[in-house]
Design a protein around this ligand. Structure first.
Ligand code: NAX
Length: 326
């Protein structure tokens, strides 16, 4: 039998984690023959609720669940982990400005980055889901100088999946057949869902749709505001779809995308004019844990203007937290 993989989930008593940990334990992440040990981190005042989640995990009698650790200490949570889902974050409170939100989260992700640096496996793969996800991932990466920057990514897969569904519906194709779709940039309404290269069944979707006004006035803003639309309808933010996207992104990362393009926010290598280090959603293929950008795609004037908008936002976020990293 395979030896267990250690997987940390932070914010483990929260609503995304509630949709995530059961799927991890069932084998949806790493397959039906890979045992897992869950390391569950949440704040001290949430340990009671976390205990309830663990009771339910036990009550599922998952054959693959080889152990659980519950803690409020990041150094315990990240000890020897292979995979980390950093879901817990400080939500925006009443009257809190963007700057305050960035600052509060910078504190959390500095502490967690340092803990990862100290105790995680050197091969660890860490996905940041907690918002502002790209900048939180950037902070964790910068706080973990002994880990390769390649150990870190931020979640843009939910945006990618939202875009794929909307595109499939518009083009009248099965969503599973949509390939070569990209979501560029920040996980925020500035993101740029780009279907210029997208295909389904050998057909170019941009040719099938051929409607620039729909792209500009419907598709891009609807994907960008989908999170808000879910909150409006459900009275709570996306949880099951967020957990599903986290599974998709990490599964593709560690197991491989089998030649498919997927979108991941990863530290820039300078390509596409994105300054080095910025966590930016780009098209990638993955194999054996290695992420390879899809290179040299043509960027026309419209695409460039969209890239600039989301890049400028990420530069501003980096600027706002720079003093906290020194
Ligand atoms: P919840 O408020 O339900 O859960 C968050 C949990 O994190 C709570 O149990 C809280 O106690 C815990 N927590 C807070 N600070 C912590 C810390 N320092 N260490 C450990 N745990 C801590 O939020 P939920 O709906 O689960 O969302 C979690 C995060 O995901 C939020 O930041 C949210 O904005 C973000 N999202 C990101 C998405 C993405 O695509 N990147 C989409 C979905 C989601 O909005």
């Amino acid at each position: 039998a395979k030896s267990p993989v250690r997987i940390a989930v932070t914010g483990a008593a929260g609503q995304i984690a509630y949709a995530l940990v059961f799927r991890i334990a069932s084998g949806a992440l790493l397959g039906p023959d890979q045992p897992v040990i869950l390391h569950l981190l949440d704040l001290p005042q949430m340990q009671g609720a976390l205990g309830g989640v663990m009771m339910e995990l036990e009550d599922c009698a998952f054959p693959l669940l080889a152990g659980m650790v519950a803690t409020d200490d990041p150094k315990v949570a990240f000890k020897d982990i292979d995979i980390g889902f950093l879901v817990g974050a400080r939500p925006r409170g009443k009257g809190m400005e963007r700057k305050d939100l960035l600052g509060a989260n910078a504190e959390i992700f500095t502490v967690q980055g340092r803990a990862l640096n100290e105790v995680a496996k050197r091969s660890a793969r860490v996905l940041v889901v907690g918002n502002p996800a790209n900048t939180n991932a950037y902070i964790a990466m910068k706080s973990a100088p002994d880990l390769s920057p390649d150990c870190f990514s931020a979640m843009i897969r939910l945006d990618h999946n939202r875009a794929a569904s909307m595109l499939a519906a518009k083009a009248g194709v099965n969503v599973g057949d949509v390939g070569k779709l990209i979501v560029w940039g920040n996980h925020s309404p500035t993101m740029y869902p780009d279907y210029r290269f997208a295909e389904a069944g050998g057909r170019k979707l941009a040719e099938a749709i051929n409607d620039e006004a729909w792209n500009r006035d419907v598709f891009i803003p609807t994907v960008g505001k989908r999170g808000a639309a879910v909150i409006e309808a459900r009275g709570a933010s996306s949880a099951a779809s967020a957990a599903n996207a986290a599974i998709d992104q990490v599964r593709d990362w560690v197991v491989g995308s089998d030649g498919r393009w997927v979108s991941m926010a990863i530290p820039s290598d300078g390509s596409y004019g994105i300054p080095e280090g910025i966590m930016f959603g780009v098209p990638v293929t993955t194999q054996g844990g290695v992420v390879t950008r899809v290179p040299n795609l043509a960027i026309d004037a419209f695409a460039q203007s969209r890239l600039d908008i989301t890049l400028n936002e990420l530069k501003e976020e980096r600027e706002a937290i720079a003093h906290l990293l020194a």
